[in-house]
Design a protein around this ligand. Structure first.
Ligand SMILES: CC(C)(COP(=O)(O)OP(=O)(O)OC[C@H]1O[C@@H](n2cnc3c(N)ncnc32)[C@H](O)[C@@H]1OP(=O)(O)O)[C@@H](O)C(=O)NCCC(=O)NCCS
Length: 150
């Protein structure tokens, strides 16, 4: 059994986080990690950027946003970004990261976590459904908004 753990995004893991590979076809479903790093830099109060290590190797990145005052409900306690290295997908890394974010949301007093994603064959819909997220709406661009009750 491999050991999974979470670390804050920091100078020691930022390069590894920024060079995570994806499987062919997945790029269209997630913006580059560098975008999230920039967003975390300009939103230091609400952003929650974390890397996942599997046996001491960076294999995933997740960023939450926790902003109880956000005007749109889908941005109050949400997953902004998640991606798992192509070679580590299917090992439970994504589940581990989402459950860690859900724990953090619970600690901060949120009663649900939301995520926005695009539908498509190589997309993450089945993953989020497996974790218990249910669709609650659509963005003006046709993306699915889903929520996990905590
Ligand atoms: C979506 C993603 C984060 C899933 O990460 P992962 O580490 O491979 O997922 P896990 O191994 O934790 O899988 C958890 C469960 O979801 C299921 N699952 C994961 N991806 C799936 C898929 N594409 N189709 C069907 N089921 C899937 C797994 O089989 C597992 O089910 P189990 O409980 O029966 O074992 C990863 O595929 C990824 O980085 N995709 C590209 C980026 C992306 O689309 N991000 C989301 C943008 S919002």
């Amino acid at each position: 059994m491999s050991e999974l753990r979470l670390e804050e995004l920091s100078a020691s893991n930022i390069v590894a986080a920024n060079t995570l590979s994806l499987k062919p076809g997945q790029e269209q479903f997630v913006a580059p990690v560098s975008h999230s790093i920039a967003e975390a830099y300009v939103n230091p109060v609400t952003a929650w950027p974390r890397v996942v290590l599997e046996d001491d190797e960076v294999v995933g990145f997740i960023m939450g946003n926790f902003d109880p005052d956000a005007p749109e409900v889908e941005f109050r306690g949400c997953i902004w970004r998640i991606n798992v290295a192509a070679t580590a997908q299917g090992h439970g890394v994504g589940r581990f990261a989402v459950l860690a974010l859900a724990d953090e949301a619970r600690t901060r007093g949120f009663d649900r976590v939301t995520v926005i994603f695009e539908q498509g064959e190589a997309g993450p819909a089945a993953f989020f459904e497996k974790l218990g997220f249910v669709p609650i709406g659509e963005t003006p661009y046709g993306e699915t908004i889903a929520a996990l009750d905590l």
